[in-house]
Design a binder for this molecule. Structure first.
Ligand SMILES: NC(=O)c1ccc[n+]([C@@H]2O[C@H](COP(=O)([O-])OP(=O)(O)OC[C@H]3O[C@@H](n4cnc5c(N)ncnc54)[C@H](OP(=O)(O)O)[C@@H]3O)[C@@H](O)[C@H]2O)c1
Length: 292
């Protein structure tokens, strides 16, 4: 098995390093610019090539370009002999369908996605604990690769990729968006901006540790769990200027999700739960809640 990457950015470099660490034969990189290919090659102890050389040498090719470029790269690849090659991209939202007609070229296409924010090439250190998803036809033919590279994976259907990626956005990108809301409010309360990172991090770290140790539903604390209606009301009233007014809707919608958790835990009586739902802008009946 000879593995090559087209696209020598964060994911290509980190995943290439991870594979090398697991004794998988990574041959090297081609990229838009020679500088990136050289950097990734040095970082992973592999080589750098042009696309022609890479296609000739490798039978497992990972396209790790931005999503919008994957289909151009695929079209470029069609001029080469693709017989028996396995072509991958690593986008969370796109499926293997982007490799149009791949089977007529004698090859198979897959989307292999790590559920991990990869902020730089050093993120390879966290790939050991990441969960991957794999999607595409004839997954059986790459199971040897998946198991020797120690990838913890689940299979996913093409039809579910957008929903799956939205789940990842909630668990990662929107956590950052929520931290930004929290920072804005803390700064308005007079907390020095430089200290907000530490304040928010300790809150989030505690919550995330609880999720790991107790599970999601048991990690919810705060006024909705306690049934503190007065506090919830005051929170909404506190979003009282141009900058923070838009937080009220987010607070209320997320509050409905929190209330559903409370209902699942059966820790509040129905009258109290409906009172909170009303404050959160829902009606007085269960059907107006989030119903997750
Ligand atoms: N970052 C994440 O958290 C993350 C997580 C999971 C999956 N992914 C997926 O991984 C893929 C890569 O993302 P990334 O974050 O690694 O992006 P990135 O750091 O921006 O790297 C993309 C690389 O693609 C290269 N490239 C652009 N156009 C090209 C072309 N026409 N031909 C060859 N190479 C080209 C660029 O090369 P030059 O440097 O040479 O210009 C760049 O180094 C995407 O599909 C993304 O959805 C990302």
């Amino acid at each position: 098995m000879n593995i090559g990457f087209i696209g020598a950015g964060k994911v290509g470099s980190a995943f290439g390093h991870y594979l090398k660490d697991h004794a998988i034969n990574v041959v090297g990189y081609a990229s838009r610019t020679i500088e990136s290919a050289v950097d990734a090659a040095k970082f992973t102890g592999t080589g750098y090539f042009n696309v022609d050389e890479l296609m000739e040498t490798c039978d497992y090719i990972f396209i790790t370009t931005p999503d919008d470029v994957i289909s151009n790269v695929w079209n470029q690849m069609k001029q080469f002999n693709l017989q028996d090659k396995k072509i991958f991209h690593m986008s969370g939202s796109l499926s293997s369908a982007i490799f149009e007609d791949i089977e007529s070229y004698g090859a198979f296409g897959y989307s292999l996605h790590p559920l991990l924010p990869i902020t730089d090439k050093y993120s390879y250190r966290r790939l050991d604990n990441a969960i991957f998803t794999i999607e595409g036809k004839n997954i059986a033919s790459i199971e040897g690769f998946l198991s020797s590279s120690k990838i913890h994976f689940f299979k996913i259907l093409e039809a579910n990729k957008a929903k799956y990626h939205a789940a990842a956005v909630f668990a990662s990108n929107y956590v950052v968006a929520l931290a930004k809301i929290s920072k804005t409010l803390l700064v308005e309360c007079g907390i020095p901006e430089n200290d907000t990172n530490r304040a928010i991090y300790s809150l989030m770290e505690g919550t995330i540790c609880n999720i790991k140790e107790k599970g999601i539903e048991q990690s919810l604390t705060g006024p909705i769990v306690r049934g503190d209606t007065g506090t919830v009301k005051k929170h909404i009233e506190a979003f009282n200027n141009n900058k923070t007014a838009c937080f009220a809707d987010i607070y209320q919608e997320l509050g409905k999700v929190a209330l559903d958790i409370v209902r699942e835990r059966e820790s509040l009586n129905e009258e109290k739960a409906n009172e909170i739902l009303n404050i959160l802008g829902g009606g007085m009946s269960e059907k107006d809640s989030c119903n997750i």
